[in-house]
Design a binder for this molecule. Sequence first.
Ligand SMILES: [Zn+2]
Length: 300
Amino acid sequence: MSSSHPLPSTAAMYSPTYPTPSNPLTPLAPNPSPGNTGPTATRPTAIARIASALNRAHASTCTVTPLLENMAGGGNVIGSRFEDLRDIIALVHDRTRIGVCLDTCHALAAGYDLRTPSAFAATLAEFDRVVGLPYLRALHLNDSKAPLGSGRDLHQNIGLGFLGLRAFHCVLNERRFEGVPMVLETPVEVKDAEGRVSEDRGVWAREIKLLEGLVGVDAEGEAFGRLEKESSERGRGERERFLEGLERREGVKRRKEERRREREEGRGKGKGKGGKKGKGEGKGEEGEGSAASESESGSE
Ligand SMILES: [Zn+2]
């Protein structure tokens, strides 16, 4: 797609007539996830389809502002790159009634780093350059069970995941986020001694308190350092288990790819040789494959 899509100027976005999230007459819509291209559509076709649905929605209401949420990635998902969001917005007729909700977990999974002040600043600058900060109308605050660039949408409690508390210190102290609504989507499921799962919504109350407590706090100070270490320790086991599973899955993928290449080479050289080699290695791969799929369970 071309990068020459016009964006409204900052002045236009901040004009007194521009609907703001705090204006009760302009409720923000539940975030539509942009979706994916489907099995046959190309990216531009999918983007045009999404924009046309938004234009139809705009035509049938005058009070709703849909926010597009950035996605974690994987497969043919639309919205994991800031460019996707920009290209959808460019095709929306009424750009005063469209915005973006930035999900911190999805951003990390899609390869946008937020973990250090410099990485956070670079990601925000990239968002501003590609989409435009005036379009940022809400934030979803989630830590991530999966590391940077994993493409996996796995929400984790604040400070326990691969983002860590330092990322949320950046978010809570970012001057340009003042007045932007922030929503927690962290897991609240807890297991009792018998393994029964129930919801503890007190998790959100504690996380809100934790996040509010980061405002204005010196990130180099002892108090923050202790808090950061504490939450990081609480999440360590889960992070390590995820990385072990990831290594197993990548090993399986690598071996599959090697086998495929060997089969292809074997076909080129003569039938007998390639077939023999493939059979011998197939056994090991199956065994590891099932171990890998086990470690994938219980996600999303
Ligand atoms: Zn979200």
